[in-house]
Design a protein around this ligand. Structure first.
Ligand code: ADP
Length: 259
């Protein structure tokens, strides 16, 4: 459970982002406490994935600022448009945040263990033997120690996603971002991935942001729900408040459709 009084680990202040003439985020602000579990819900196209991609510095922002542990993620260059701060700073900030994508994005030509050890060896200079030891612990945690030598093509979707989670954990991030990690899976494989998220929730101190359409899971897992519509947070609150007593019409309409 998050500590409400701690300084925020993530602070998003008035960020806007457009793709061409389409404003996907419009003056968005929110804070996340250390260890908090946050679920981002809302209609498709409301900007949820874009926020995660911005936190991961896969997308820039047009205005506003983002602080991670009090440090600016972006700086404003002279020619306009926010860019990630310099490479060294960016590298440091990136190691604080891990992300798991809807479509796994494993390196297809590398074995499971090589997928997990690649980033620590390349970006942190960890020795191969140490990286492999840590990778085996992580693969054990996601229930795939016996698949270490397998290639991604030999795995089910649920197994690939669990490898992707182990890979994101390999850099020991403080913050984990999960972008619809069960949406591409056959229904019978969803639970094995959600069980891993539960395990992370119970056994680690990580701050977790989850974009999901699994409303039951969001209810049970999250400390707080943010409901997005058209690039804004329309409503936020504890899961029971949002799911049982949504105040805003747009939240009510969305939940009626999806639950
Ligand atoms: P959500 O996760 O809530 O479904 P997204 O953040 O994925 O929403 O997308 C918000 C909107 O921004 C969508 O209309 C999407 O098509 C658009 N969008 C996202 N990424 C890009 C991009 N790289 N170029 C153009 N439009 C994009």
């Amino acid at each position: 459970m998050a500590s409400a009084n701690a300084a925020p680990i993530i602070e998003i202040n008035g960020i806007s982002k457009s793709f061409g003439s389409f404003k996907v985020l419009d003056g968005l602000s929110f804070k996340v406490a250390p260890r908090e579990k946050l679920a981002l819900i809302g209609p498709s196209g409301s900007g949820k994935t874009t926020i995660l991609r911005i936190l991961m510095t896969l997308e820039g922002i047009d205005s506003g600022d983002i602080l991670i542990e009090g440090e600016n993620l972006y700086r404003m260059p002279k020619n306009g448009g926010m860019q990630p701060a310099n490479e060294h700073h960016l590298h440091q900030m990136r190691t604080k945040i891990g992300m798991v994508f809807q479509l796994f994005n494993l390196f297809p030509h590398m074995s499971v263990i090589d997928n997990v050890t690649l980033a620590p060896i390349l970006t942190k200079g960890v020795k191969r033997a140490d990286a492999e030891r840590h990778a085996m612990e992580l693969l054990d945690m996601v229930g795939l120690a016996d698949k270490a030598k397998a290639m991604p093509a030999q795995l089910s979707g649920g197994q690939k996603q669990r490898v992707a989670i182990a890979r994101a954990l390999a850099l020991s991030p403080k913050i984990m971002l999960f972008d619809e990690v069960t949406s591409a899976l056959d229904p019978e494989l969803v639970e094995e991935v959600l069980n891993v998220l539960w395990r992370l929730c119970e056994e680690t101190d990580m701050t977790m942001l989850l974009v999901t359409h699994e409303m039951g899971f969001a209810h049970d897992f999250a400390d707080r729900i943010l409901f997005f519509d058209r690039g804004k947070i329309v409503e936020e609150g504890k899961p029971d408040e949002i799911f049982r007593h949504p105040k805003q019409e747009r939240t009510q309409a969305f939940l009626k459709k999806i639950i």
